[in-house]
Design a protein around this ligand. Structure first.
Ligand code: ATP
Ligand code: MG
Length: 561
């Protein structure tokens, strides 16, 4: 897959790299994307993926995909696989640089031994509560652990026995010996190893002690020769610890940590923890529910990698908090799909239309362009006949003058077929129209008016004879609040949009729309962009609406004002 060749956007990280290269601080740029496999990737991760892989590509360097897998109880193979699929789908390639922090467990263990030997780490036998209590607060210094004075031999002996499985979870931890009065809480003798008798998705039962993130991350970076370790702003306060660890062991190099602001998008949440709640509590169908801001959800919804990459380029990289509008992403999806997807006709809420003067057994075939402005995209055939379906909304019993669709006595163009005149209708027991009758003008084949008369309205239709039934999913935003996780007083789930999914189970679509094993994208004329649902079996036709043709949200907001 080709990634756009346009000039990469300048940002403070690229400026830093330019300086480092110019000053010969580094020869070659190496980055990494380090997800924890405890959930699926979301649109926020896409920002980090595009940044890390994008920089590596533009500077002809390398980017590692590294699983930051130090919390075995929360991590799973399902997530490891999904993450790889998503990064590839976004268009990036780690080549032979797939790593796990757990690949380095033995090396990390040896680095911890180094710290013990140089009296920079000790085994602490306080329990978790005591450690927390003695840590102090932002305004009060912490207190030294009574175990801080253990000798090197004592520490080595205990640490080896921790590794050998002699102790229960929580009995001992290994702590870096830094400074219990540091103004930075992360520097108050942070825990760097803990005992966890837990099976690990990559290392199985080899280990029963696991290193903590802050110890693991910087050393994994150094082992891989990362030059610029790019992470989100919440790690800024961890940078002194990142540097301390690298300065106090025999690490092969000292990567530079640089922080940037996270992506937050309105009307959704970009936190794995919150997304996991939606999945686990059954508010959505799964991590790849098309309403989820996960990469796999967006993919199933019909968003494209091109649009997501374009989005990540446009939002830029800064250190400022900035909530981005969902509308921006949606517009880029429209922009990307518009020139490349086939047009089709589909009727979502069908009502029967009978062409009374059309021969009973005639089925005419018309050629219709796949794209109105792109003849090179070819044509498909559509069948016309006596019985058709049109959209219920396209008919009114008593339409206002400006309603350029169907109403008694009115003329309208059936797209690519004929001009028809409505001659009557039936109603059901509720007074709702149930069948519409019309006559067609045989002189208007293809929808043309040789006599030059003006017919303003053009509506879409599908033949009842060859149209096929489909289930269509119409999606709306998952939350009704712009910042659903923004209030501490209310649970973000209180803001879920009860109408985020509408299922239409008797839509009728052209036969050229088929369910395959991969996603097919379409524009259904007048209705929006849609795609086949890749999760559905090939016998049922299930179609997801990616996005409407226009931004109806801004229009709605405009109305309210
Ligand atoms: P979450 O807060 O959603 O649980 P995380 O930071 O715990 O995310 P990781 O798997 O650790 O998830 O993230 C992998 C990388 O992606 C990290 O470098 C992290 O900084 C980056 N990242 C995560 N969320 C965002 C975001 N919203 N915007 C930009 N980068 C992000
Ligand atoms: Mg994280």
């Amino acid at each position: 897959m080709s990634i756009s060749n346009t000039q990469p956007p300048a940002n403070f990280i690229r400026q830093r790299i330019d300086i480092d290269l110019a000053e010969n601080q580094i020869k070659n740029v190496v980055t990494r994307f380090p997800p924890e496999p405890n959930g699926y990737l979301h649109i926020g991760h896409a920002k980090s993926i595009c940044l890390n892989f994008g920089i590596a590509k533009d500077y002809e360097g390398h980017c590692f995909l590294r699983f930051d897998d130090t919390n075995p109880e929360k991590e799973a193979m399902e997530f490891v696989k999904a993450i790889q699929e998503d990064v590839k789908w976004l268009g990036f390639d780690w080549e032979d640089r797939l790593r796990h922090a757990s690949d380095y467990f033995e090396q990390l263990f040896q680095y911890a031994v180094e710290l013990i030997k140089s009296e920079k780490a000790y085994v602490c036998s306080l329990d978790g509560d005591a450690i927390r209590q003695m840590r102090g607060t932002l305004t009060e210094p912490g207190q030294d652990s009574p175990y801080r004075k253990r000798t090197v031999d004592e520490n080595l002996d205990l640490f080896l026995r921790m590794r050998d499985g002699e102790f229960k979870d929580g009995a001992h931890v290994l702590r870096a010996k830094i400074d219990m009065s540091s103004p930075n809480l992360n520097m108050r003798d942070p825990i760097i190893y803990r005992v966890r008798h837990q099976h690990h998705q990559n290392t199985g039962d080899t280990w029963c002690i696991y290193p903590m993130y802050d110890f693991t991350h910087c050393l994994s970076d150094a082992i891989e020769g990362i030059t610029h370790s790019l992470c989100t702003l919440e790690f800024e306060d961890h940078r002194p610890l990142y540097d301390w660890v690298l300065d106090n062991v025999s690490a092969p190099c000292h990567p530079q940590q640089i922080e940037f602001s996270r992506l937050t998008l309105n009307y959704t949440v970009t936190s794995k923890r919150l997304l996991a709640q939606l999945v686990n509590d059954g508010h959505v169908e799964g991590w790849d529910d098309p309403r989820m801001p996960t990469i796999s959800g967006l993919r199933r919804r019909g968003f494209t990698p091109e649009a997501i990459r374009d989005f990540c380029d446009r939002i830029g990289i800064t250190k400022k908090y900035n909530q981005i509008e969902m509308t921006l992403l949606e517009n880029l999806v429209r922009e990307d799909l518009d020139p490349k997807v086939n047009r089709r006709m589909a009727v979502l809420n069908p009502i029967k239309l009978v062409v009374t003067n059309y021969p009973d057994d005639l089925h005419e075939i018309f050629d219709a362009p796949n794209h109105p402005n792109k003849p090179e995209m070819g044509t498909r055939t559509i069948e016309f006949g006596k019985e058709l379906v049109i959209e219920r909304d396209d008919f009114m019993i008593d339409p206002p003058r400006k309603f350029f669709r169907m109403g008694p006595g009115r003329e309208v163009r059936l797209r690519y077929a004929y001009i028809v005149t409505c001659t009557g209708f039936d109603v059901d027991e509720n007074g709702e129209p149930s069948v519409i009758y019309c006559t067609y003008d045989p002189e208007t084949k293809g929808g043309n008016t040789p006599d030059g008369r003006k017919v303003k309205g053009t509506i879409h239709w599908v033949s009842s004879h060859d149209g096929q039934v489909a289930t269509v999913h119409l999606y709306d935003r998952l939350f009704t609040e712009e910042n659903p996780a923004g209030s501490k007083a209310r649970d973000f789930k209180d803001h879920l949009n009860p109408e985020s999914l509408r299922v239409l189970s008797n839509a009728i679509v052209e036969p050229s729309v088929v369910q395959g094993t991969s996603i097919e994208h379409f524009q259904f004329e007048r209705l929006g962009y849609f795609c086949t649902d890749p999760k559905t079996s090939t016998t049922d036709l299930v179609i997801n609406r990616t996005i409407s043709l226009r931004d109806t949200w801004s229009a709605q907001k405009g109305h309210k004002k």
